[in-house]
Write a protein that binds this ligand. Structure first.
Ligand code: SF4
Ligand code: SF4
Length: 319
């Protein structure tokens, strides 16, 4: 096993030891928080992750450096305000065939020059063919950093064969730390045993909070203005149903529409098909406002609410 730095060990101890985590949460004082952040204790491990999510390029990207591939719609946690609408999603998994075809097409478009692919959802660990997907992704993208974004709930139930496969296909995890009980001892045991990198997020304030990204159902917002000031625009590139999106909301809005009988974004070009465009066209599309931006009620977005379980109330996504 590679020797981990004392900082990574300290970070893991604070995040995965319940008492240490409670103390850190209690010590939620600005100065202490700033001190811990200076040493990356409450944020993802590697600098690359921070750069990708902290900034968006001015204009089109030079290459498709990183994207999130949504492989499951639903989730075993169902958080209030989930920006992917998972609490109201039906059980839905990408098929192995579609996963393979779409990734092969992205390979053709990029020549494999992608820095990182994140498998996400919903909860990707719920996918019944996950191990097969891991090996397919690694075969298609032998040099790319591959990562699974998870809430961690199912990780402690996984046995040797799962961890072996994660290792064999050189995947890592990024766990969002929710205020729920996880069997960290088992997770740490396996990540040590198989030498698998785990990063953490959702810890910026020492405890998980949620953001209320309100939608304006009438679509009367200034989409151009929204796109310019939106931190997710051209920053959270999303692959879903053979299309790339500049962010997750327009990719997943069909879940909201189906549940609440609305038609947001229907008939509009909010994503770009990966089979009918070249890479340049795709990157240029992702760097421009989309019709869906007019539904984002950014003036009324609010942040850092207490985390909780969804009641599936439309107000979690609207005003
Ligand atoms: S764990 Fe993530 S994907 Fe699942 S409901 Fe919560 S915010 Fe949504
Ligand atoms: S649709 Fe536009 S404004 Fe809304 S989150 Fe995406 S990029 Fe931002």
């Amino acid at each position: 096993m590679k020797k981990q730095s004392w900082l990574i060990r300290l970070r893991r101890f604070i995040i995965t030891n319940n008492t240490a985590y409670r103390v850190a949460t209690f010590l939620h004082l600005k100065k202490i928080k700033n001190f811990l952040e200076r040493f990356n204790i409450f944020i993802a491990v590697d600098k690359k992750s921070r750069q990708h999510y902290a900034s968006k390029p001015n204009g089109a990207r030079k290459k498709l450096d990183e994207f999130i591939f949504y492989i499951v719609d639903h989730c075993d946690l169902n958080c209030k305000n989930c920006s992917s609408f998972c609490p109201i999603a039906k059980e839905n998994y990408i098929s192995v065939e579609k996963f393979t075809r779409d990734l092969e097409q992205v390979y053709k478009l990029t020549g494999g020059d992608v820095d990182r692919i994140n498998l996400s959802g919903g909860e990707p660990l719920m996918h019944p063919n996950l191990l097969e997907l891991l090996s397919i992704a690694r075969k298609i993208f032998p040099k790319t950093s591959l990562r699974i974004g998870t809430n961690g709930i199912l990780l402690s139930q996984k046995k040797d064969d799962f961890w072996k496969s994660v290792k064999a296909n050189n995947f890592s995890f990024i766990i969002t730390r929710y205020p729920i009980k996880l069997n960290w001892e088992t997770i740490n045991y396996y990540s040590d045993k198989f030498d698998i990198l785990i990063e953490y997020q959702g810890l910026e304030l020492g405890k998980k909070t949620t953001h209320h990204f309100a939608l304006d159902l009438s679509g009367n917002c200034d989409g151009q203005k929204n796109f310019k000031r939106c931190g997710m625009a051209n920053a959270c590139l999303t692959l879903k149903n053979s299309k790339f999106y500049t962010c997750a909301a327009p990719a997943m809005i069909y879940i909201f529409n189906e549940y609440f009988h609305t038609k947001l974004g229907e008939g509009e070009k909010n994503g770009i098909d990966i089979y009918n465009h070249d890479l340049k066209e795709i990157l240029e599309f992702l760097a421009k406002p989309i019709p869906f931006c007019k539904y984002c009620d950014m003036d009324n977005w609010t942040y850092n609410h207490q985390w909780g379980i969804s009641k599936k109330d439309i107000k979690e996504w609207t005003l």
